[in-house]
Design a protein. Structure first.
Length: 617
């Protein structure tokens, strides 16, 4: 392969790691990291969680967590599990998720996370494919999902539910409290069992939520994950005084590595958010200094801000815009990319009038936000960065444990995916594909040796499937190789970029562009119900007037404004809209909210055919 660019980490941009940090070399394995943290910080607060029964927030120290892990290990030893056996977990983020993870890995077993909202058929496939012997679920909701497909339990000998479930004649099912050994016994023998695998042996199998076909099981070793977490701490300053609010699912590798293992390495506290609908309240209660997030969270917050501004006099909107503009100028000046401006003298007043109130919505203490999983729209980044919310966009794959690159506090270009992580190499290969190599690159795909050979070459380079360019050491994603649409006239477009631009409009909740081998592009769009209700009323339409030509033309004009930076051929000529969101349960999106294009195409085939029928370029 011709080598276009090789980029390795630059030690000059690494931060000083605090003395409280446990390096990956010291930890060696994930349970080794836990034991070392318990040893160093036994009485420090490890986790905060909400007790719904008593309606209060509670705390657990590292020593208390150690006792619970020991209890869990004692119970696991009674299940006739052999070293290397797989234990699956399907539960929301909670203290018990951590306890099971550490207990399982400390016994040399392998943990397999499942998404809490995954469909029964997908869960059944994963459980059978990895030959899971024991399954941990959160509550009756997960149980109700799984029993829809009896094949979920083909290999599973025991199901442990964190919450009590009223299920009759279910021999495999036990509640957590009934399954655990008595606490008194654990306290007598409260030492953690040290029988984990070696650093380079399998720790977890994480199934990627593929948009086509069945998910593949990504095999990650202890070294893969810990090296990546430690690289994160050499890139972004985190101490044992920090508090993270955890709300992305722990089944997502970004949250697991950077929102669970990274804080454990640094000694930081993690608080588990109650739910996404309650996230706004939890931010005010916990007042975190760190967040691991996805762009959708910021998009939703911006929609709410815009709704509030629309109800106020125009000068309030102008004041908001001025605050963003001045704040962005201050940011660019601090980054060394802009000259000093007298307008920056207005910042203390603008901060008090506008920015401070927005920062308060995040708790008022937010020091760093790592954003990944999908690209952040530049306009969204500009707004929040301008308001003083420190968004650092990063990039990675499950196959890279997951982070390959990220922006830094003093080296931040929001339009990029940042600088390569320490101990990771990147290069640009054929077709401008981004390749990565390092200790964070996966062992391979479970039961898929052929797919592994396609993903990693003989020199250890991981093929990301994303097109990229590197400028001044910053990496920019320019498209997705497998998602390029080739139109009938030979023009090529990246639908993901266009869809992101369209979805920036608050009226559009979800969108998918079609045009492969077609004369022009069309779109299937889900409208945001409340926004559409207000918009249609203002325009004099009924809420169900989605098929009217006049309505479609108005929507196409809005889309066109959002696509003004794209080439002339990359314009949407027809549109079909719905108010019914695409959901995981319908099989139309993955648990990480990526659109399953073949499934959406199949569902809307009739509408797609109609948009092309009788029309020419």
């Amino acid at each position: 392969m011709p080598e276009k660019t090789i980029q390795t980490s630059d030690p000059s941009v690494e931060v000083t790691v605090p003395a409280s940090t446990i390096s990956s070399d010291v930890a060696v394995t994930i349970p080794g990291l836990f034991r070392e943290r318990v040893k160093r910080s036994p009485d420090s607060i490890a986790y905060r969680y909400f007790d719904r029964e008593h309606v209060i927030w509670k705390e657990s120290t590292w020593q208390e967590m150690s006792i619970e892990v020991a209890r869990c290990q004692a119970a696991l030893q009674k299940e006739s599990l052999e070293k290397g056996d797989r234990v699956a977990i399907m539960a929301k983020n909670c203290r018990e998720w951590i306890i099971f993870d550490q207990a399982v890995l400390g016994l040399g077993l392998v943990i397999v996370p499942l998404y809490t909202q995954d469909r029964a058929d997908n869960a059944a496939y994963i459980l059978k494919d990895c030959d899971a012997k024991l399954l941990v679920i959160g509550n009756s909701e997960q149980w109700s999902t799984l029993i829809k497909n009896p094949h979920c339990f083909d290999t599973v000998n025991r199901v442990v539910s964190i919450e009590d479930i009223d299920a009759v004649n279910e021999a495999k099912l036990l509640s957590l409290q009934n399954w655990l050994v008595e606490r008194a016994d654990a306290e007598k023998n409260s030492s953690l069992i040290k029988d984990e695998s070696d650093a380079d042996e399998l720790a977890t199998i994480v199934y990627t939520s593929g948009t086509t076909g069945n998910a593949k099981g990504v095999m990650l070793s202890h070294r893969n994950i810990l090296s990546n977490a430690y690289s994160g701490l050499r890139s972004i300053y985190v101490t044992d005084k920090d508090t993270f609010l955890s709300f992305l699912p722990l089944s997502h590798t970004l949250e697991r590595t950077t929102g669970y293992y990274l804080p454990m390495m640094s000694g930081a506290t993690v608080a588990f958010a109650r739910s996404i609908p309650e996230l706004a309240e939890d931010l005010l209660t916990i007042r975190p200094t760190g967040l691991i997030s996805v762009p959708r969270i910021f998009e939703r917050i911006y929609v709410k801000i815009k709704e509030d501004l629309d109800k106020k006099p125009k000068f309030i909107w102008l004041l908001f815009k001025l605050t963003v503009d001045v704040g962005w100028r201050r940011f660019e000046y601090a980054q060394g990319r802009a000259k000093y401006s007298l307008s920056m003298l207005l910042w203390p007043l603008l901060y008090l009038l506008v920015a401070k109130k927005i920062q308060h919505r995040f708790g008022g203490n937010l020091r760093v936000t790592i954003c990944g999983g999908a690209p952040v729209a530049p306009s969204i980044s500009r707004i929040f960065v301008g308001l003083g919310i420190p968004i650092l966009q990063g990039y990675g794959l499950t196959e890279s444990s997951p982070v390959i690159s990220a922006n830094r506090m003093k080296h931040n270009i929001p339009a990029s995916i940042g600088l390569v992580f320490p101990d990771v190499e990147v290069r640009i290969g054929d077709n401008d594909e981004l390749l990565a190599r390092g200790d964070n690159v996966m062992m391979g795909y479970w039961n898929c040796p052929e797919e592994t050979l396609k993903a990693i070459d003989d020199n250890g380079w991981l093929y990301t499937g994303d097109k990229a360019r590197i400028e001044d050491n910053y990496i920019y994603i320019t498209g997705r190789l497998k998602e390029i649409i080739v139109m009938a006239n030979g023009e090529k477009i990246s639908p993901a970029d266009m869809e992101m631009a369209i979805a920036h409009d608050v009226l559009f909740e979800q969108v998918m562009i079609i045009g492969e081998a077609r004369p022009y592009l069309v779109a299937i769009a889900v409208l945001e119900k409340e926004q559409w209700k207000r918009f249609s009323k203002r325009m004099g339409f009924a809420e169900n007037d989605l098929t009217k030509t006049e309505v479609k033309n108005i929507l196409l004009k809005r889309i066109s404004r959002n696509l003004h930076n794209f080439p002339g051929y990359a314009q949407i000529r027809r549109i079909s809209c719905t108010l019914e969101p695409w959901t995981i349960e319908q099989g139309l999106i993955t648990p990480t909210l990526k659109v399953k294009r073949p499934r959406v195409t199949e569902k809307f085939q009739q509408q797609i055919d109609a948009m092309y029928e009788g029309h020419t370029v």
